[in-house]
Design a protein around this ligand. Structure first.
Ligand SMILES: [Zn+2]
Length: 303
């Protein structure tokens, strides 16, 4: 089971190399990335069940004008598991139901988020006629995480408990079938985009053009024969692959702009032949328009 990288992370990754991100943006991106890595780890731990269980990741839903995001849902015939994955690192403690870092800085209580998600999901499912128990947990995935003063009745799984918990879960649901009707409903209702995204505003003029190294994001690239060679890390990439990859980056950063030979030529900077660019675009996209107004789209975009 491969988890698709959220578009938001791709955008930040490209902007990091091409745009002057503020300190706040960088902090936000680094937290985003950390959270995503935690989710990936959890997906990996469940990968041996991917064939038999219905596991949904990064599910964004809306109920009663409220949007909520669930990291992982496992849907069985008679029960749903809802997991929030936290990749926190370091020492934390709880006092009077308030969560703090070891340096006494109060943090957002992750249990409130869990309760909110569970409640909204329950209301949504009830609305569609599903009365099914939901069991929710926060999974602390990072081995470097410690939580002091946690009572045993909290719906949390600590790193030291995770292996045991998953073994129990797998044993308990060895032969439980999935609730296909419910899985289908959620697949229909889920949204692709999070409304919480904090992508900074940028224009085409604002971002640095050029092909970046696929391995280290450096702009210091030389073309020798049909290979792009990174001066920084010596990574080699075929020119066609590099143009296609850069075009994909352009499309992610500027979804509203048309892909034309002219703009990709400007975007790549270091490719001296428009013909090469035209060939790569024609081979990988569907051509629309005529003569001077030719542009390229993915075949999936044509209705
Ligand atoms: Zn490189």
């Amino acid at each position: 089971m491969i988890m698709t990288k959220p578009e938001e992370i791709n955008i930040f990754q490209y902007l990091e190399a091409r745009f002057n991100l503020s300190e706040g943006d960088r902090l936000y991106y680094s937290n985003l990335l950390k959270g995503y890595k935690g989710e990936q780890l959890f997906v990996k731990l469940l990968s041996d069940q991917a064939e038999t269980w219905t596991i949904l990741n990064d599910v964004i839903l809306e109920w009663n004008n409220a949007t909520f995001q669930i990291d992982t849902l496992i849907i069985f015939r008679n029960k749903i598991y809802l997991f929030e994955i936290k990749n926190y690192e370091g020492d934390y403690y709880i006092e009077n139901e308030i969560w703090y870092t070891i340096s006494n800085k109060e943090i957002k209580n992750p249990l409130l988020q869990l309760t909110r998600c569970e409640s909204l999901l329950r209301q949504l499912l009830q609305h569609y006629g599903f009365r099914i128990p939901i069991e929710s947990y926060i999974i602390f995935i990072n081995l470097e995480f410690t939580l002091f003063h946690a009572t045993t009745n909290l719906p949390i799984i600590l790193p030291t408990q995770l292996k045991r918990y998953l073994t129990q879960l797998k044993t308990a649901h060895q032969s439980t079938s999935s609730n296909h009707k419910l899985a289908k409903l959620i697949a229909t209702l889920r949204k692709d985009k999070s409304p919480y995204t904090k992508i900074p505003t940028y224009t085409y003029e604002d971002v640095k053009k050029g092909i970046t190294c696929s391995a280290c994001s450096s702009f210091e690239i030389k073309i020798i024969k049909r290979q792009l060679i990174c001066m920084h890390c010596n990574y080699h990439e075929h020119i066609d692959a590099a143009i296609l990859r850069s075009t994909r980056q352009f499309k992610t950063l500027f979804p509203d702009k048309k892909i034309t030979t002219k703009i990709i030529y400007d975007w790549c900077q270091i490719i001296d032949s428009r013909k090469t660019i035209r060939r790569v675009l024609a081979n990988n996209f569907t051509q629309l328009g005529h003569a001077k107004s030719i542009y390229y789209v993915d075949s999936s975009e044509i209705k």
